[in-house]
Write a protein that binds this ligand. Structure first.
Ligand code: DTR
Ligand code: CA
Ligand code: ZN
Ligand code: ZN
Length: 441
């Protein structure tokens, strides 16, 4: 436990002490150097359009067998949930169906977790699964539901091991006012909500007269989608009517970063947009919006294919931390606040593309800005969870900051995987943050 403030070294004396310690060579005073720029994340696979359309055919069959729709409170909706859940269970997801009530009828949300990843960094992708009562809802929103399902199945086929924890959701009763997604978000304690790094929403992504719209919410998510489309030479526009119009609003309203894609509903495509994207000017993006003609014939295959691949790109890219190609240094420069006298926090570096185990002299460069560093305990945690103590707490070490390079015998550990720096402040007063840290093989 640190001494009371009055007995602490004054700032000037603390600084002198820190410099003296550095000069003895006990603590490396060298600031971490820039490492190789992170390479692009592992490339996402192509999402087979035929697979996505096969899900749409199933949704169509379900609607046809259940009064022509898949609406909340109707048998066609629950049958849709059962179809999607069965596919996910067979693919190794941990699924759960949660219920809520709307309009006197029971509603259902389907949540699917991909095992693994950092539980403190959740990336979620979702789509509403319900249709309006007037039709089968194949574009609205079988298209989003099918593309998110097929992306999840692609994660399973790849046995992806992303840095973040991947979660997928299919919402009930969106058409009644975002009811299912609101119920889900409201069921999350604040501590859980804070773990979401983002929610990606896909509602109407195969419109027959398509536009290519990107939600203008979280900048990093927006850029991820825009970069994808720029990469395939397709211009995009910002979705201007999206706020509040679909399930991402439920997440945005509690401060979770959101983004998504949209190909248009009842609004009319302009001449300029027809020039840009093809299709028919003066006609709605989806003239069967909320109508009985929203069937499997109401889909533009090119739009559905492009958007399905864009979803996979976003999940692979946003789900992984900075992946650095084989080489010497793997670094994370994101700041992570260390709660005063609180729970440990972690910062992750994903190592991929190496072979064998880590070296017996693995260098761990640490840069933590923190007054009275004696409060801090610092560990390196290997991908299999083995912890290596780098620094113990000390009631007498009143100097600021931990800027040091430690050498760890990590030869018992596989090189590839998510390595974590774990930092805990075990004494009240004095706060700080992880500025950056680096592994050098
Ligand atoms: N409210 C959605 C359709 C919709 C209309 N505008 C947007 C913008 C962004 C996403 C979706 C929509 C529905 O009918 O399900
Ligand atoms: Ca594809
Ligand atoms: Zn709708
Ligand atoms: Zn919709």
């Amino acid at each position: 436990m640190n001494l009371s403030r009055t007995s602490r070294l004054s700032t000037s004396r603390r600084t002198v002490a820190a410099v003296a310690l550095a000069l003895t060579g006990l603590v490396s005073a060298t600031a971490p150097t820039a490492s190789a720029a992170p390479a692009a994340a592992l490339a996402a696979p192509d999402i087979p359009l035929a697979n996505v359309k096969a899900h749409l055919t199933q949704f169509q069959s379900i609607a046809t067998a259940n009064g022509g729709n898949r609406a909340h409170g109707r048998p066609g909706y629950k049958a849709s949930v059962d179809y999607v859940k069965a596919k996910l269970d067979a693919a190794g997801f941990t699924t759960s169906v949660t219920t809520f009530t709307s309009g006197g009828a029971t509603g259902y949300n389907l949540i699917a977790d991909w095992p693994g990843g950092d539980p403190n960094q959740i990336l979620m992708a979702g789509a509403h699964l319900d249709s309006v009562s007037s039709g089968p809802g194949i574009n609205d929103n079988g298209s989003g539901s099918a593309a998110v399902l097929e992306t999840a199945l692609a994660v399973s086929r790849a046995q992806l091991k992303p840095t973040k924890h991947l979660r997928f959701g299919w919402w009930g009763a969106e058409e009644l006012g975002l009811v299912g997604s609101k119920a889900y978000v409201n069921s999350l304690p604040a501590t859980e909500r804070s773990k979401f790094s983002g929610y990606l929403n896909f509602d109407m992504i195969g419109s027959p007269n398509p536009g290519y719209f990107v939600y203008d919410d979280d900048p990093a998510i927006e850029k991820t989608f825009k970069d994808y489309y720029a990469g395939i030479g397709v211009p995009t526009e910002i979705e201007t009517e999206g706020d509040g119009r679909s399930d991402h609003a439920s997440f945005k309203n509690v401060g979770i970063p959101v983004g998504g894609l949209f190909t248009g509903a009842s609004r009319t495509k302009s001449s300029a947009q027809a020039q840009k994207w093809g299709g028919t000017a003066g006609t709605a993006f989806d003239r069967c919006y909320h109508s009985s003609c929203d069937t499997t014939a109401n889909i533009n295959d090119t739009a559905l294919d492009r958007n399905s691949d864009a979803i996979a790109h976003a999940v692979w890219t946003l789900g992984s931390g900075p992946v650095v190609p084989p080489g010497d240094a793997y670094e994370n420069t994101a700041d992570v606040a260390v709660p005063d006298n609180g729970a440990a926090v972690t910062s992750t570096v994903t190592v991929a593309g190496r072979t064998g185990n880590a070296p017996a002299a693995l260098k761990v460069g640490v840069d933590i800005k923190h007054t009275w560093r004696g409060d801090l305990v610092v560990d390196l945690v290997a991908p299999d969870g083995t912890a290596y103590r780098l620094k113990n707490s000390s009631s007498s070490d009143s100097a600021d900051n931990v800027i040091a390079t430690y050498t760890v015998d990590a030869s018992a550990e596989a090189a590839n995987g998510a390595w974590k720096l774990r930092v805990q402040d075990i004494a009240a007063q004095d706060t700080g943050y992880v500025d950056s840290w680096k592994l050098t093989f």
